[in-house]
Design a protein around this ligand. Structure first.
Ligand SMILES: [Zn+2]
Length: 208
């Protein structure tokens, strides 16, 4: 009977297309992770040089960078204070820089601190411990309590200022712009260090 053969052929064509799509998706995820890893390593090198490491590499904490002294008081009043300091810093930071960029949303990003929501939603993050992250579509920044430091907020704000760039050259250009203006890190030096890590940074634009 000819009919089943046609069906079989159609099925194999479909599965070939699906296999190609899956392979393509996996490759893009690998590229995304490689790019992110290189950017994290570059960022750590620049910030460690500028601010100095504290306790553990795992936590990526930098001396003198906390928005409020660590460890935080284990009380509700202490946590509320931490939250208001972080929100104030984000508001000031955003209003200082948003005018030079074209983000998808212009209002101050939504801030979620000490979040739990992503634990079930994003299993990959759960494995890596709950990491700080930004979501450009919902214009939101998520910060675990132990990552309430300026450099983490700067990194997440750069994601929202240049949506769609992931950890690409546009994001990196925004990051060194923020580093220079907020932390006094020379952007030419940050570019030099980036070469060592294979990180690509978009050409400098004239920003005022
Ligand atoms: Zn990032």
């Amino acid at each position: 009977m000819p009919a089943p053969r046609v069906v079989l052929m159609a099925e194999s064509a479909v599965s070939a297309v699906v296999a190609e799509l899956v392979a393509d998706h996996k490759q893009r995820r690998r590229d995304y992770r490689r790019e992110a890893r290189a950017v994290y390593d570059w960022q750590s090198a620049v910030l460690a040089e500028h601010l100095g490491y504290t306790d553990t590499i795992l936590r990526r904490r930098y001396r003198g960078d906390d928005l409020v002294p660590w460890p935080f008081p284990a009380s509700l009043a202490g946590e509320l204070k931490v939250r208001s300091v972080a929100l104030k810093y984000l508001e000031e930071l955003w209003s200082r820089h948003v005018g030079r960029y074209a983000p998808w949303h212009t209002e101050v990003p939504k801030l979620t601190i000490g979040f739990r929501c992503c634990l079930s939603e994003r299993p990959r993050l759960r494995r890596r411990r709950a990491a700080a992250h930004a979501r450009t579509y919902s214009h939101a920044i998520y910060l675990p309590l132990d990552l309430l430091n300026r450099t983490t907020v700067l990194h997440e704000v750069a994601h929202l200022l240049v949506p769609g760039s992931n950890h690409g050259p546009g994001f990196c250009a925004a990051l060194i712009d923020l580093w220079e203006r907020e932390l006094g890190i020379d952007r030419a030096h940050a570019r030099e260090v980036a070469v060592r890590f294979g990180v690509e940074i978009a050409p400098a634009e004239v920003r005022t």
